[in-house]
Design a protein around this ligand. Structure first.
Ligand SMILES: Nc1ncnc2c1ncn2[C@@H]1O[C@H](COP(=O)(O)OP(=O)(O)OP(=O)(O)O)[C@@H](O)[C@H]1O
Length: 158
């Protein structure tokens, strides 16, 4: 069995195990890159027939580093599936792009990142609003730590 077949099997197993929606690549329209992480590229796009914009985190799995990418992808997938809280980005589904040899997560779009918000509104944000934001952030973290029993370890503002 080659690497891609192995990946596909792991991926299929995860879809069944976590009862995920499979969102085919042909349904993702108007993709535009908005960010990049250690393993992934992040796009904004919309799902065919739905005007709502979503974020797509795509992980390329077609080279010799794919083992690490697959592990990272499946781990993130598992954590996302466990996380059911209004302070945490919702996972809508997943997909596999055979042509690009990549896997992707389709999730709720964060309209603005916190760093940009705090910078843009520096002069107008009142302390009560800042405290409210800090409370929202700690509610999300508290859920991850105390309910999911997972340490975040990579909290960044954007
Ligand atoms: N759901 C989302 N909505 C809007 N933007 C997002 C979303 N997810 C990620 N991004 C953007 O894409 C960038 C990269 O996201 P990613 O999750 O890959 O970051 P990372 O945690 O640094 O990467 P890695 O998990 O590979 O270490 C983020 O900094 C953010 O700007």
């Amino acid at each position: 069995m080659d690497e891609n077949e192995r990946l596909f099997q792991l991926f299929q197993r995860a879809i069944t195990e976590y009862e995920l929606n499979n969102i085919p690549i042909r349904n993702l329209k108007n993709k535009k890159k908005i960010g990049e992480g250690g393993f992934s590229k992040v796009y904004i796009c919309n799902i065919d027939g739905d005007s709502r914009m979503v974020a797509v985190k795509e992980i390329y799995v077609g080279d010799e580093n794919s083992e690490a990418s697959i592990k990272s992808f499946l781990n993130e997938l598992k954590l996302h599936c466990k996380a059911k809280n209004h302070r945490i980005i919702e996972l809508f589904g997943v997909g596999y792009d055979e042509k690009e040899v990549s896997c992707y997560l389709v999730m709720e779009l964060a309209e603005c990142n916190l760093r940009k918000h705090l910078t843009d509104k520096k002069d107008e944000l009142k302390w009560d609003k800042k405290i409210e934001l800090a409370i929202q952030l700690t509610e999300g973290l508290s859920y991850i730590h105390n309910v999911m029993n997972v340490l975040h370890r990579d909290l960044v503002l954007d």
